[in-house]
Design a binder for this molecule. Structure first.
Ligand code: SF4
Length: 211
């Protein structure tokens, strides 16, 4: 089973507890105004990759030093068969390393419960609902305050009992000649980053959040 993948980052420390692997699905038709992941909207972008190959690559990348996996995008549930295959492929590894799985979705929770209950059963935590511009959340992991953190398992209850509040942290990762900002910026943050970079003589081009 193939999955249309945008990218993978490790370690990710801004989207869920602990040291995480982040898997960004490519493709989203939700078009939330203000989305900072516009580069993940196109269904022609990213790469098609076999799910088992992807998990093998991730396993090597993390070298057993992993607390959790964050699945985001893009809209993972618009590739629901691939998401199911990914969760299948993670089972054996997960049994050994005991990591939790957090998934983001722009779909409303009610729709996910109706159409994708079997997938929800296999996650530890979920942050659903479309992003709403101008309604920032106090939680560092949520984009807007309409997006609840839903705990779905006993492991999720253990890992997500303390939710970090306050200013979000943004990670910077340089991969394949691109600079990636990982986390949930608040309104205007990316404009401020761009202005500060310019003051220091660094012109940021091809901004993925403005594609
Ligand atoms: S916020 Fe998420 S669901 Fe909304 S357009 Fe962006 S990637 Fe899609």
């Amino acid at each position: 089973m193939n999955l249309r993948l945008s990218r993978v980052h490790f370690p990710v420390t801004t989207l869920g507890p602990g040291r995480r692997l982040g898997i960004w699905f490519q493709g989203c038709s939700m078009a939330c105004p203000g989305c900072v992941s516009r580069d993940t909207w196109s269904w022609d972008g990213g790469q098609l990759i076999d799910v088992v190959e992807l998990v093998g690559n991730c396993y090597q990348m993390t070298e057993g030093r992993i607390d959790g996996i964050t699945i985001t995008g893009g809209e993972p549930f618009e590739q629901s068969c691939s998401l199911g295959a990914l969760l299948d492929a993670l089972e054996e590894w997960r049994a050994t390393d005991g990591f939790d799985i957090l998934c983001y979705s722009g779909f409303p929770l009610k729709r996910l419960e109706l159409e994708h209950a079997q997938l929800l059963d296999r996650l530890d935590a979920l942050i659903p609902e479309p992003f709403v511009l101008g309604s920032p959340s106090l939680c560092a992991w949520q984009g807007s305050d309409n997006q609840p953190l839903i705990v779905l398992s006993a492991l999720g209850k253990e890992r997500y009992s303390t939710i970090p509040t306050g200013p979000p942290s943004i990670q910077v990762d340089v991969t394949d000649g691109a600079i990636w900002f990982i986390g949930i910026p608040r309104p205007g943050d990316m404009d401020r980053v761009q202005a500060l970079a310019k003051q220091r003589g660094l012109i940021m081009e091809k901004l993925s959040w403005r594609i």
